[in-house]
Write a protein that binds this ligand. Structure first.
Ligand code: NIG
Ligand code: FE
Length: 392
């Protein structure tokens, strides 16, 4: 298959900026890209030709932070927050993450499988071809492993590609009294068993006010590293408890949210090469302060942009609207927003994706517009014309 006459955004790190090729072509063989370059130099051969007609063609988008496996919703909380109630206030009154545990625990494999597949289809329709999926809405040993097994079943379908993460989300109400035992269970049961069954590639901890403490997080990180998992963290969303520093020290793949993060932490993240994942949908919805984008940029911390798809703070399945928020509300450039949902997001997930280069998986999006800036600019319209995922 060949895409011809494209305004190609390769995101190839060997090319400057977004790696644009104004009249470009992409040649694919099966599930792989075999050639990328100027249209007039494209190798000849038998092929199905897609004429892009000068439209924008980009890598398939990479959503590097989602909680896509949950049942039920919390629309009522959305309405309460719209009427002025705070996130922690609602959580303390029995809402929040704890309100999603019941429906998710009760759903079972078949129902969750259906829910997840429907969500992944919506994501793909929005241009996403690689997506991270975190567990974290069961919070019992057997339940968390079961969630990850469901994710693994869907991952085998490869459309889009799924990257599973084990999330130590918070201490559920029934474990508050013996939270040290709960943390030990995470370290001694969840993590080694997830590793033995190859159910995840990284471990995420929410280290924040109202979630895990720095000491608890340090223990969980230790267990994750001992089992050869990558490490990432939800940090600095509701308070600055020093979580970003801890993640940098652990060589984390990413720190996510980072609304509240110190200058020292930013310097440490830059040294560690940790990606900062921007979740502007959740930030806006909780009316949090904007992360220090200019400081992160100046320090040389790479920034990704993701949906944070979850029932509480960001029930959003597609990335272009997050790119709009990242540019309009966060002050990221159009180039940063695009790299944030492609190459940088792939780096945060440690997967080969997010660039149109020979050898990469054949994931690309043909848009019904011509210029990169149009996608965030026209944020209310789905401009995705066609998605090619693994060559299909
Ligand atoms: O990323 N911060 C922690 N977890 C989610 C919220 C999950 C929920 O409210 O259900 C987040 O915003
Ligand atoms: Fe999240």
């Amino acid at each position: 298959m060949v895409i011809r006459n494209a305004r190609l955004m390769t995101c190839d790190p060997e090319r400057p900026g977004l790696g644009m090729i104004d009249r470009g072509a992409v040649v694919m063989e099966g599930a792989r890209i075999v050639w990328v370059g100027p249209d007039n130099e494209a190798p000849a051969g038998e092929a199905t030709v897609i004429n892009a007609d000068g439209r924008l063609v980009t890598p398939g988008l990479v959503d590097c932070h989602t909680h896509a496996i949950f049942a039920g919703d919390r629309a009522g909380e959305f309405a309460m927050r719209a009427a002025g109630k705070g996130y922690l206030e609602i959580a303390e009154a029995g809402g929040g993450i704890n309100a999603t545990l019941g429906p998710t625990r009760g759903a079972g494999h078949a129902k969750l499988l259906g829910i997840l597949m429907t969500r992944l289809e919506r994501m793909r329709d929005g241009g996403t071809t690689s997506v991270e999926v975190k567990s974290g809405y069961d919070l019992t040993t057997e339940g968390e492993l079961a969630l990850l097994r469901t994710v693994k079943t869907v991952a085998a379908l490869e459309s889009p590609r799924v990257v599973p993460t084990l999330l130590a989300h918070l201490v559920p109400p029934e474990r508050k009294a013996d939270r040290d035992v709960f943390v030990r269970e995470i370290c001694e049961q969840w993590i080694p068993r997830a590793a033995a069954e190859q159910l995840a590639t990284s471990v995420d901890v929410w280290c924040d006010t109202g979630a895990f403490t720095v000491d608890e997080t340090r223990a969980i990180i230790g267990a994750a590293k001992a089992a050869a998992f990558g490490v990432r963290g939800h940090v600095g969303q509701l308070g600055d408890v020093g979580a970003a520093e801890l993640m940098a020290e652990a060589g984390a793949l990413s720190v996510d949210h980072v609304e509240l993060i110190s200058d020292a932490a930013i310097a440490a993240l830059a040294r560690a090469g940790t990606v900062a994942v921007m979740l502007p949908g959740a930030c806006v919805q909780l009316r949090l302060p904007v992360p220090p984008v200019e400081k992160l940029r100046r320090a040389g911390v790479a920034m990704a942009v993701a949906t944070d798809l979850n029932p509480g703070t960001s029930y959003c399945e597609t990335l272009p609207i997050q790119m709009w928020l990242a540019t309009t509300h966060y002050g990221m450039t159009v180039e940063e927003a695009w790299l944030g949902v492609t190459r940088v997001a792939a780096r945060a997930l440690r997967v080969e994706a997010g660039a149109l280069v020979a050898g990469a998986r054949a994931d690309c999006v043909i848009w019904s517009c011509e210029r990169p800036e149009e996608v965030p600019y026209r944020y209310g319209t789905n401009l995705v014309s066609r998605v090619i995922c693994g060559g299909a």
